[in-house]
Structures are given as structure tokens and as C-alpha cells.
Design a binder for this molecule. Structure first.
Ligand code: ADP
Ligand code: MG
Length: 698
């Protein structure tokens, strides 16, 4: 093969074993990292950098300035102090002396260190008489095969490795790859665009992201890639929305003054300001032939169901059917009851569709739905089973509660038109996530609660205060209140779940809650059994409900103001907040105690956040900071390819800009048909064409 006649694309596709410095031995190691072609190497970005710009010897250290020291772990000392406090000290032997790194009250840091480890620590040192000390420094563990021939300063890339491939070797390969192949890369952005948006060209960005000249260059290089990644995503979302808008297939359901008055008469209360705003947004969508695709978010108890019911009644007023789908039976029943209460005096024909229905009952119900003899259907996923057919479905409401499954659209069959969609979630989605993963949804947010809502005081008592808590719990029960004891699902198996629940139930019934009437509810019970237990609790016949998180959501008993959560570290932050929402529903203030033994830093922070704030929006942001969007939104659920460079927690500013730019571009060229946009269009289709079902582009 004549190398000189190869095109740039062919050269970039050179198999890695033919890249200078690789060869037949190292080639297969690179394959293990998923690197097959020269271009794969160019885009195999460092996972971190060793910052040697401020590297000092011990003798050169200055007090209070940010500096870096290299050394070997010689001693690890952990001391527990009174009151749950502790100190961790790690002594480093450096070339010309010692440095002690210390951490206060971070017991989990212990796990990160081992004797003999090579470390780079950065922080502001203080001289403590005999030894230099750094409190809470940034730590980087170095590979033991330190490069002998690397320059002593600057920023060095740290790559993910595989066995047999040392860091220094990969660095050398990278240097040569960048020298040979970077110039061949094709630029996706038109040149004027790069200049106008102060983005570095691809060649410069690739070279600097691997071997940055300094921090500033690294930032510029990263910004270029982060921007590109977010811009392509926002382009895809903007195109998707454009396409949705051009489809006019939903029934036009206008809310006339008469309809509005008829619906409002049913509600025995004034709508809150944000309910009114949400209803205005929803009814505006429903009055258009473009199918509504709206997310309604609001904290537990903020009144989402009422907004949803309003929308359903608008559909019914036009002779269309509406369906409300909940994730669990208990929740579906709860919705059905709320709706029954409000619709008691209306002629709207209601039905419940659950999976537990008998054959005859079910087929009768399905016939009525298909014939249009039912206006409003409330149920579980049973609603989307293949044999369910609607006569004229105008609106589907999906209650996701704390689950982010928004992208899973219910597949409701019917001929002709598409229904409008409204999805409810009680876990507010951080704005940056809403703009990316849910960028093709409109969002309405309930920011206030119906008047008279009580706050909940939350405690995280030590085990030694258990007795005192139960005494308090009993006092409140005697005053007439009710309460929950929530136990996490320990195992997948319901058998085990029921057993551990039973044990806790027994120990309470024969111990601190001996004098009270207790109820027990878990997933293995039949629908009738669950209903019976819930009814007794609702009517105050039982005072305490011992339950798993299966029944966490939706349960609405205003007199229940007490909650004990066992093994709280097993719950996610959103789930804890949902649970607590159960006891903020009535006239009396709520009290919640969570018993927990967190084993990780993240669990510890989660519990602290839970105790310190009751604002669901702030908790959602904190949860997002702690876990990251990937974990909150398992990609299985949202189905979008993961972001490789961008971190929505950090790159919010770039995200906002990329979104504005993408929207402007799609407005001026909706199909990205202009020749200077051809490469952008190819990238959008390659990455998101399938997931977002982008028809007619490319
Ligand atoms: P969410 O679904 O957001 O958890 P719901 O819609 O179930 O909240 O409302 C919780 C409770 O508050 C229900 O009993 C509902 O009837 C009541 N409610 C809703 N909106 C109002 C309001 N504007 N004023 C008074 N009570 C309300
Ligand atoms: Mg509700």
C-alpha cells in the first residue's frame, strides 16, 4: 500500500499496531481498552492530569501557598475522638524530608491509602514545629512505574490503563500519535462559527487536551469538546421538537370559560398560584393539535393530582376519554379515591383497571372502554396491556412519582389521533438535566404547596437514643396521632422481606409499641388484604403502620404525623424525601427519625442532607451533586447515550450556551440542509438519530 496516496480518513483508520511505537505486543493491549484505530487514540482523553507545575521539595515549601509534594506513604494513623469525631494522619516520606497530610472527621478517607503508595498531594502547607502539615489536600495516587524521562514540570496526562501497559509507555505512544495524525482531523464546525464562539479548532484542542501547555489551555481545549458534545445533543433535541411541532395529530381540546367554571366548581378549595399557572400551561398545550408532551413536577403534596384531574376533565368535556396510570396499585387506588372524592357529584363515568381483576370483570370493563362507555380510567400498567383499546383517548397522565421513567411512553393503541401526554413527577429534575435528557419535554413546576401544610422535623439519632425516640413516638400516639415504621427491602425475595418485616413488627408489638394497635403491609399481600389494612389505617383503627417502601408513595393520611425509618442508609435521597412527605399532610407538625449506619461517604452526606433540608428542589440538586445524572437517570430508563466529556454538574454555563446556539441554528436551518452544516448533521444523526427517532434528517 502506498502510504502517500492514502486519504486523511484512511490514515486515521490505521490499525493501532501500525502506529509508531506500538507494534504487535502492545497492539492487543490497546484493543483491550477499546482502541483499534489511530483516531481512537486521538480521542482517548486523559482521565486526569498530574499537576507538577507547583511541585516542591520539602525544603522549598512556603506557608499558606498552594503547592504540590511527591512522596511515599510511610505511616497511616487513625484516631477516633469523643463525640464521633476523628482524625486521619498520613505521613509521606519525600526526597528531603517528611510531610503529614491530615483529614478531620472523614473516616472513609482511610480506605484510600496503603503503605508504600506513591502520592502527589496538593494543598496549603503549614509548619507545625517539627513537620510540615497539609489539611485536606488533594491527593493523586501515582503509578509505581514513574516515568524516568518525563519533564519534571507541567501537566502530565493520566490515562486509564490495562495490565501490561504502563503509564509512561502510553504517554509516549500518545505523543507520537498526536504529532502524526492530529492534522488530518476534520473540523465539524464552520470556521466562522469557531471564531464567533471562541472555540478552538479541533487540531489545537486535541493536542492540548493530551499535553496541555498550562491550566488555561487545558480549559480551552476541554471547553471545545464539552461544547461540541452538548451542542450536538441540543441540536438533536431542537430538531426533535421541531419535528414534533410539525405533526398535528392530537385532538384540539379547548378550555372554554364554561368548561373552566364547571371544573372549578368541583374543587372545594382555591387553587394555589402555581397550580393555576400549571393549568394554564397544560390547557394551552391541549388546545393545540400538536400532542402535548409535558412534565409536571412538584414536591409531594404540592397538588399535582388536582392539576392532572383538571386536564382529564377538559378532555372529558370534549367527549374524549382520559387515562391516569400509576406505578403501583396502592398509588392507583389512592388516585382513584382522590378523584372519587372530588367527582362524587359529577356524571363523569369512572373505572379502575388493575392487574388483579378477574377475567369476567376485566373483559366487561375492556368492552366498556372500547365502546366509549367509560370516560376516565385510573389504573396501573394494566392500562397498556395489548388487549386494552380506547374509543377516543384524548389525554394520558402518567404518574411517575419518584421514578424518572419519563421517556418510556405508554403505548396506547387507538386509531387516528394521538393523545396528549402529561407526566407527573415528585422528584424535581435539576434544570441542567431537564435541559438535556428531557430537552424535548415542556416542564411545568409547582413551587408552592396548598396552605396549611406542616413542616416535618427530622432527626438522625444514634442507636443509643432509640428508647427515647420510641417514648416520644408513644406520647404522640397517645395524643391521637398515627405513625409509620418503614423498613427497606432487604432482599429481592419477598419471602425474606416479609420475614424481616414480621420480626420488626413482633419486636415493636411486644416492646415499645405494646400499648397500640399496629398494622402490617407488604408486597406479598393480595390486593384485598392490602386494601383492608390501608382502610383500617385510614380510619384510625390501627395507629401504626409497619411497612416496606413498596407503599412509600402516595399514601395520604393527614392524621399520620410520625415516622420511623429503619436502615435509612439503604434508601436514596429522593426516596427518603418521598417517605417523609407522607407525614406533612395535616394540621399537626410531623416528626421523622431515621436510624442509619452509613458505610460510605456518599450515604453519610445523603443522610445529612435529608436531615438538614426539607425543600425537595434543593434535595434534588444535592442528590444530583452527590450522585451525578448518570446514576439518577439510569440510561436504561432514559435511553440516551451517555455524555463522555460534559459533566452537567460542572458545565452548566456551557450547556446553556450550547442550547441557545443550537436552538438558533435549528430555527434558521431546521433540517441542517445548508452545505456548511453537513458535518454537523452527520454527527447528530450518527449519535442521536435512532434514540430520538429523528425522521427525515440526513
Ligand atoms: P401531589 O399529587 O402533588 O402529591 P395531591 O394533588 O395529591 O398532591 O394533593 C395532596 C392533597 O392536597 C390532596 O388531598 C388534595 O385534595 C389537596 N389539595 C390539592 N390542591 C389543593 C389546594 N389548592 N388547596 C387545598 N388542598 C389542596
Ligand atoms: Mg399525589
Amino acid at each position: 500500500m502506498d502510504v502517500d496516496r492514502q486519504t486523511a480518513a484512511e490514515k486515521l483508520a490505521t490499525p493501532v499496531q501500525f502506529v509508531a511505537g506500538v507494534g504487535p505486543r502492545v497492539g492487543p493491549l490497546l484493543h483491550r481498552l477499546g482502541l483499534y484505530r489511530a483516531s481512537d487514540l486521538l480521542f482517548f482523553f486523559p482521565r486526569d492530569y498530574e499537576d507538577l507545575t507547583e511541585l516542591r521539595q520539602i525544603g522549598q515549601l512556603e506557608e499558606g501557598k498552594l503547592q504540590t509534594v511527591r512522596g511515599t506513604v510511610e505511616d497511616i494513623e487513625f484516631r477516633a475522638l469523643s463525640g464521633g469525631r476523628c482524625v486521619l494522619g498520613v505521613s509521606l516520606r519525600c526526597e528531603d524530608g517528611y510531610l503529614r497530610a491530615v483529614w478531620f472527621n472523614q473516616p472513609f478517607m482511610q480506605e484510600r491509602f496503603a503503605y508504600g503508595q506513591h502520592l502527589l498531594v496538593s494543598g496549603k502547607p503549614r509548619y507545625r514545629g517539627l513537620v510540615w502539615e497539609m489539611a485536606h489536600p488533594r491527593v493523586q495516587v501515582l503509578a509505581s512505574d514513574e516515568p524516568a524521562d518525563e519533564p519534571a514540570g507541567g501537566l502530565l496526562p493520566v490515562y486509564t490503563l490495562t495490565e501490561g501497559l504502563p503509564q509512561w509507555r502510553l504517554r509516549r505512544i500518545m505523543r507520537s500519535v498526536i504529532e502524526t495524525y492530529t492534522e488530518l482531523l476534520e473540523e465539524v464546525f464552520p470556521e466562522a462559527y469557531l471564531e464567533g464562539h471562541q472555540l478552538w479548532p479541533i487540531h489545537r484542542a486535541v493536542a492540548e487536551v493530551h499535553f496541555p501547555s498550562d491550566r488555561h489551555s487545558l480549559e480551552q481545549a476541554r471547553r471545545r469538546f464539552i461544547y461540541q458534545e452538548l451542542f450536538i445533543l441540543q441540536l438533536a433535541l431542537a430538531i426533535k421538537r421541531y419535528q414534533q411541532r410539525s405533526l398535528a395529530r392530537a385532538p384540539v381540546l379547548e378550555t372554554t370559560a364554561k368548561i373552566d367554571a364547571r371544573i372549578r366548581r368541583l374543587f372545594p378549595f382555591e387553587l394555589t398560584a402555581s397550580q393555576r399557572r400549571a393549568i394554564a400551561e397544560v390547557t394551552r398545550d391541549m388546545a393545540s393539535p400538536v400532542p402535548m408532551n409535558r412534565l409536571l413536577q412538584g414536591d409531594v403534596g404540592s397538588g399535582k393530582t388536582v392539576v392532572a384531574l383538571y386536564a382529564m376533565l377538559v378532555a372529558v368535556a370534549h367527549g374524549y376519554q382520559a387515562a391516569l396510570m400509576a406505578p403501583t396499585e396502592v398509588l392507583a387506588r389512592q388516585h382513584a379515591q382522590t378523584i372519587e372524592r372530588l367527582l362524587a357529584a359529577s356524571h363523569v363515568r369512572r373505572a379502575q383497571l388493575m392487574s388483579g381483576l378477574g377475567g369476567k370483570q376485566r373483559s366487561g370493563l375492556l368492552e366498556a372502554i372500547a365502546a366509549g362507555d367509560v370516560d376516565l380510567v385510573v389504573g396501573t400498567h394494566a392500562i397498556i396491556q395489548h388487549d386494552v383499546r380506547f374509543h377516543r383517548l384524548g389525554l394520558v397522565v402518567i404518574d411517575e412519582q419518584h421514578k424518572f421513567g419519563v421517556r418510556q411512553r405508554a403505548e396506547l393503541r387507538q386509531a387516528g389521533t394521538d393523545p396528549h401526554y402529561l407526566v407527573m413527577t415528585a422528584t424535581p429534575i435539576p434544570r441542567s438535566v431537564a435541559m438535556t435528557l428531557f430537552g424535548d419535554l415542556d416542564v411545568s413546576t409547582l413551587t408552592d404547596s396548598p396552605p396549611g401544610r406542616q413542616t416535618v422535623r427530622t432527626y438522625w439519632p444514634p442507636e443509643s437514643n432509640r428508647d427515647a425516640w420510641w417514648k416520644f413516638f408513644a406520647t404522640k400516639l397517645r395524643e391521637g396521632r398515627q405513625g409509620y415504621v418503614v423498613v427497606p427491602l432487604v432482599e429481592e425475595s419477598e419471602q425474606v422481606e416479609a420475614k424481616s418485616l414480621n420480626e420488626i413488627f413482633e419486636s415493636l408489638a411486644n416492646g415499645p409499641l405494646e400499648a397500640f394497635r399496629l398494622g402490617l403491609i407488604h408486597g406479598r399481600m393480595s390486593l384485598e388484604e392490602k386494601d383492608a389494612v390501608m382502610d383500617k389505617f385510614r380510619q384510625g383503627e390501627t395507629q401504626v403502620l409497619v411497612c416496606t417502601s413498596v407503599v412509600e408513595v402516595g399514601v395520604d393520611v393527614p392524621n399520620a404525623t410520625l415516622m420511623t425509618i429503619e436502615s435509612g442508609h439503604r434508601f436514596g435521597l429522593a426516596q427518603l424525601h418521598q417517605l417523609r412527605g407522607r407525614i406533612s399532610r395535616g394540621r399537626f407538625p410531623g416528626f421523622c427519625a431515621v436510624f442509619a449506619q452509613p458505610q460510605t461517604e456518599a450515604a453519610h452526606k445523603r443522610l445529612q442532607a435529608f436531615v438538614n433540608t426539607t425543600d425537595g428542589f434543593r434535595l434534588a440538586e444535592l442528590d444530583f451533586q452527590l450522585r451525578g445524572p448518570g446514576e439518577i437517570l439510569g440510561s436504561r430508563q432514559h435511553g440516551m447515550p451517555p455524555l463522555r466529556m460534559a459533566d452537567l454538574r460542572r458545565d452548566r454555563g456551557i450547556l446553556e450556551q450550547a442550547r441557545r446556539d443550537a436552538q438558533a441554528l435549528v430555527e434558521s436551518d431546521p433540517g441542517l440542509a445548508a452545505p456548511q452544516h453537513a458535518r454537523l448533521r452527520r454527527m447528530v444523526v450518527a449519535r442521536y438519530g435512532k434514540t430520538l427517532d429523528l425522521a427525515d434528517v440526513g
